[in-house]
Design a protein around this ligand. Structure first.
Ligand code: TXA
Ligand code: MG
Length: 402
């Protein structure tokens, strides 16, 4: 039986050293119970973070860490992020001779607690190789979600936590998503409501000798905000470190074959329904833009199926695609990604869109592409990995076969 304990995030505040103060007994009791679970059951639990829900266990509990992998069906060579609640928890995790670079000091100062995971040289005495997957580095973040931070503080243990989904599936942003995916496999869930960012943390490696930052996974914290922090906190304005995004700005062979960046080696973010990405930008020279009508018709022809189908369409409120006509007998289920003006809302709604449409048993999901700026970089990173096909579509409403 899965126990779900409700928490009110706004009833928790923190002292400047990260000690939680509760104004709700129900929330305090839920977090104390979750902390007892961490200390006594050797089983992971689900907790909310500001990005997505996580499946967490104490880094000092090898049995529970091993169950994180088996619960998710996660390959053991994919390392976990360690979550801390205060700066005191950081240094024991790090190689004793590590000196914090200025770039890290600037990012920690500005963005922790928050959706930023930083790579550090790991202290093998305190971080087991099951967490680092044998890499010399450990990814650490301090979540800003009050429930996550209070749970870590009350348990007194850094928590290793991947997203709380079966490996390869979209990450959960609401408890309903967790229950549908892993409900029979987890014993305890802390419910803190819907996650604010909706995409996972930005994973940053700033350990290279050139002093530049490499974004291994774009996420909730935008590259633009990281660049801004480096600019405004740099003492030497003649040399501001660069922020390089993997695959956009650089690529390296070792990373391509190692699974250290999500989706590089393993399938990611895919609902059980096929997903296609619809690009509304100018198509490449050798590609013809099609209409949604023609696309549906040819997709259905490919599946050799003429039954009535439900087409899931994830688009912005402004998108003309939402009023596209479809071949006779097929239904359109539109899931709004919010206004095209607000990429943070689109990010928040993305995984919920995949998982909601999947639960409604649509036959195919089409997602409208966005410009790869700010949160758009993380959105398109997830959509590209989820999508089996990319099509360029005309945004004009088609009137065929009404
Ligand atoms: O927002 C998040 O980061 C969420 C919440 C729960 O905190 N967690 C999350 O964990 O997304 P996960 O395991 O689904 O993705 C973390 C990714 C891993 O897939 C891995 O590729 C990368 O972070 N990572 C972890 N440790 C690393 C390391 N030492 N070197 C390079 N990449 C690492
Ligand atoms: Mg994940």
């Amino acid at each position: 039986m899965t126990r779900i304990l409700r928490c009110n995030p706004s009833s928790i505040s923190f002292s400047h050293t990260g000690v939680p103060v509760f104004s709700s007994d129900e929330t305090r009791e839920a977090i104390e119970e979750a902390s007892n679970h961490i200390h006594s059951t050797h089983t992971p639990l689900i907790f909310p973070t500001e990005t997505v829900y996580g499946l967490g266990a104490s880094i000092t509990d090898p049995e529970a860490i091993s169950k994180i992998f088996s619960t998710k069906g996660r390959p053991p060579d994919n390392p976990l992020i360690v979550h801390i609640s205060s700066m005191d928890m950081l240094s024991p995790l790090l190689s004793p001779d590590f000196v914090l670079p200025d770039t890290y000091a600037a990012l920690i100062d500005r963005f922790w607690p928050g959706p930023l995971a930083l790579l550090f040289p790991a202290n093998p005495e305190s971080v087991p190789t099951t967490i680092t997957a044998g890499h010399p580095t450990v990814a650490v973040r301090m979540p800003s979600h009050p429930v996550a931070r209070a749970l870590i503080a009350v348990s007194g243990k850094p928590l290793a936590a991947p997203s709380g989904n079966s490996s390869g599936k979209p990450s959960p942003t609401r408890v309903e998503h967790v229950v549908r995916d892993l409900g029979d496999k987890v014993e305890l869930i802390l419910d803190g409501g819907a996650c604010g960012f909706g995409v996972e943390s930005t994973v940053v490696d700033g350990l290279a000798a050139d002093g530049n930052l490499r974004i291994l996974r774009p996420g909730g914290l935008t590259v633009e905000d990281i660049e801004d922090a480096l600019r405004s906190q740099s003492r030497d304005h003649t040399h501001i470190p660069q922020v390089l995004v993997y695959r956009r700005d650089y690529i390296d062979k070792a990373t391509e074959i190692a699974p250290t960046t999500p989706g590089m080696k393993y399938k990611h973010y895919s609902p059980s329904v096929p997903v296609s990405l619809l690009m509304t930008s100018q198509p490449p020279p050798d590609v013809h833009a099609t209409s949604l009508f023609d696309l549906v018709q040819s997709d259905l022809r490919l599946t050799g199926d003429s039954q009535s189908r439900t087409i899931g369409l994830m688009v912005t409120d402004e998108s003309p695609l939402a009023s596209s006509s479809l071949p006779a007998g097929h239904k359109l289920r539109v899931y709004s990604l919010g206004s095209a003006e607000d990429l943070s809302v689109m990010a928040r709604r993305l995984f919920d869109g995949f998982l909601t449409l999947e639960s409604e048993a649509v036959d195919i999901i089409y997602v409208e592409g966005v410009e790869e700026v700010r949160e758009g970089l993380a959105i398109m990173n997830r959509v590209r990995k989820a999508a089996g096909q990319v099509y360029w579509v005309k945004e004009t409403v088609q009137q065929e076969d009404k």
